[in-house]
Design a protein around this ligand. Structure first.
Ligand SMILES: Cc1ncc(COP(=O)(O)O)c(C=O)c1O
Length: 228
């Protein structure tokens, strides 16, 4: 059984995630590009297992009053399902927006010493949900925690929860896929999934909390919006 929490819409070796092992579990939590506020899905190609799981999510009920199997209340609420259906309609658009943000991060961060962008394999299907950079403190002159603080001070909520995964000791920082503002351009180039985001980033202003080399990069990015 595989944890596929983040991998909705992604492939591995040209095979869509959801087709591996006995079963895989996707998370549809609100932090994912496809979400139902909370919830998820178990997917399997095994009809027998699927039938058992269907029983389990509804207290093991089969028919009106027949309990056939152990179970729990694992049903998705209708409001959550409605959110999911809406998200499905726009999924391609979200992924495309994430992809463009990834490309722009790649372009803009490419020349920064000590900052390495984790590259996605673009021959696979990818949801580009996360933009991960690895930071080499000696070169950036700013530690991971300081960088996170600086980003947060700019209202860029880069999370730390995937830290410590890098095999060679570089420190990963996850940048928000839906806010290109991490590397500049509050003047209109921010790519987000909603107009509220866009309004927030139109205020203008400099990145006071970032190291000079990163803030300078942001300034150059200002005239290069790549959305739309
Ligand atoms: C790798 C991994 N597995 C499982 C989960 C849990 O997902 P959920 O919040 O939908 O329970 C997460 C949460 O993001 C995760 O990162």
């Amino acid at each position: 059984m595989f944890d596929a929490a983040h991998a909705f819409g992604c492939s591995y070796r040209s095979r869509m995630i959801g087709n591996f092992g006995s079963a895989e579990v996707f998370s549809f939590h609100a932090t994912k590009s496809f979400n139902t506020f909370e919830g998820g899905a178990i997917v399997t190609n095994d009809d027998g297992l699927a039938a058992k799981i269907r029983l389990m999510k509804n207290f093991g009920f089969c028919g009106y009053d027949d309990i056939e199997y152990i179970g729990t209340n694992g049903k998705m609420t209708e409001v959550a399902a409605a959110m999911g259906l809406t998200g499905l309609e726009s999924l391609d658009e979200f992924v495309e927006c994430n992809r463009r943000n990834y490309q722009q991060y790649k372009r803009e961060l490419g020349g920064l010493p000590g900052v390495r962008l984790l590259a996605w394999n673009e021959s696979e299907r990818c949801n580009y949900q996360y933009i991960v950079i690895e930071v080499e403190e000696q070169l950036t002159e700013m530690g991971r925690d300081q960088l996170i603080q600086a980003l947060h001070a700019e209202n860029i909520l880069a999370p730390l929860f995937l830290s410590g995964l890098s095999p060679d000791g570089a420190i990963p920082v996850v940048l928000p896929a839906c806010r290109i503002a991490a590397i500049g351009n509050r003047a209109g180039g921010a790519q987000s999934h909603g107009s509220a985001h866009r309004k927030r980033h139109r205020r203008g202003g400099k990145f006071r909390h970032l190291p000079r080399n990163m803030a300078g990069h942001g300034e150059r990015a200002r005239s290069e919006p790549c959305f739309g």
